[in-house]
Design a binder for this molecule. Structure first.
Ligand code: IPM
Ligand code: MG
Length: 331
């Protein structure tokens, strides 16, 4: 059985996953690694960004680590064949509904943030983003021509109680191992799905997690609070689209998108999907200047959440901190 399936992908993806391979060889040489093309690289080879065998291999592995996908080369590929479509199909196919996106400000990097040091120093928040539902996958979605000219595009934001409850449960469980606080962000003031979100989270909290401190926050206010006083947050629970946006904002607080890992988890015992938050950065690909720490820290999360290697994860995390303290930087 493969322990870790590497999907290097496109742009800087292959460079940063090569560094993960080196770390794995040094730290956990007994882990069985495998590797497949993914995204644009897979499209070029097979005509599909996610080949059926690759999805099967991902579901059969204990953990999957993706580098990055996409780039200008595939901008004109058919929509359902674009590298990003492969990523969404991988998330859906692996049923990894809970996306953990830590925003952690490493002390030596506090001055790299666009916010003042005193606002971000010591920041340690965790965004839990719903990953396999909402407007990313909702049906119907289409573009149609209007009889009188012009066109009309439709996307659908949709959530079921079960989808909300399972990701909320992950957020509450995580909070218990941290500062015991969950802020749940939605737009219950304008959206039906937001109202249902708030009701389900409230009910689950009352029933199973009354010991956790829960607050509800409107997503727009959450955006403001993230740049005003991010350290008020411990776990921030939100849907797929708001999570996409809020996690980019939170990432920038830490000084570099190149530093942040993520984990996407499904049902217990199922493989997790680990990805750096950054993209494929085609403008710097192939120059050996990309920061591999987000990918390396994604491996750290894989060790912790899927591979049952908490001790090695702790060592790796400490090694990253030491490297930063010693001044390790990429351009
Ligand atoms: C992310 C990315 C993806 C998303 C894109 C590449 C499809 O922005 O992982 O945050 O929107 O989920
Ligand atoms: Mg994003």
């Amino acid at each position: 059985m493969t322990d870790l399936l590497l999907l290097p992908g496109d742009g800087i993806g292959p460079e940063v996953t090569a560094e993960v391979r080196r770390v794995a060889q040094a730290l956990t040489p007994d882990l069985k690694l495998d590797e497949r093309p993914f995204g644009g690289a897979s499209y070029d080879l097979t005509g599909a960004p996610l080949a059926d065998e690759t999805l099967a291999a991902a579901k059969a592995a204990r953990a999957v680590l993706m580098g990055a996908v996409g780039g200008p080369k595939w901008a004109d590929a058919p929509r359902d064949k674009r590298p990003e479509a492969g990523l969404l199909a991988l998330r859906a196919g692996m049923e990894v509904f809970a996306n953990l996106r830590p925003a952690l400000c490493f002390a030596p990097l506090a001055d790299a943030s666009s916010l003042k040091r005193e606002v971000v120093e010591g920041l340690d928040m965790m965004i839990v983003r719903e990953l396999t539902g909402g407007v990313y996958f909702g049906q119907p979605r289409f573009v149609e021509d209007l009889p009188g000219g012009g066109r009309r595009a439709v996307d659908t934001q949709v959530y079921t109680t079960a989808e909300i409850a399972r990701v909320a449960r992950v957020a509450f469980e995580l909070a218990r191992g941290r500062r015991n606080k969950v802020a749940s962000a939605e737009k219950s003031n304008v959206m039906e799905s937001g109202l249902l979100w708030r009701e389900v989270v409230t009910e689950l909290h009352r029933r199973d997690y009354a010991d956790v401190e829960l607050t509800h926050i409107l997503a727009d206010n959450a955006a403001m609070q993230i740049v005003r006083d991010p350290r008020q947050f411990d776990v921030l629970l939100t849907d797929n689209l708001f999570g996409d946006i809020l996690s980019d904002a939170a990432a920038q607080l830490t000084g570099s998108l190149g530093m942040l890992p993520s984990a996407a988890l499904g049902a217990a015992g199922k493989p997790g999907l680990y990805e750096p938050i950054h993209g494929s950065a085609p403008d710097i690909a192939g120059q050996g200047v990309a920061n591999p720490l987000a990918a390396i820290l994604s491996f750290e999360m894989a060790l912790r959440w899927s591979l049952d290697r908490a001790a090695e994860a702790d060592r790796l995390f400490a090694a990253v901190q030491r490297a930063l303290e010693k001044g390790a930087r990429t351009r």
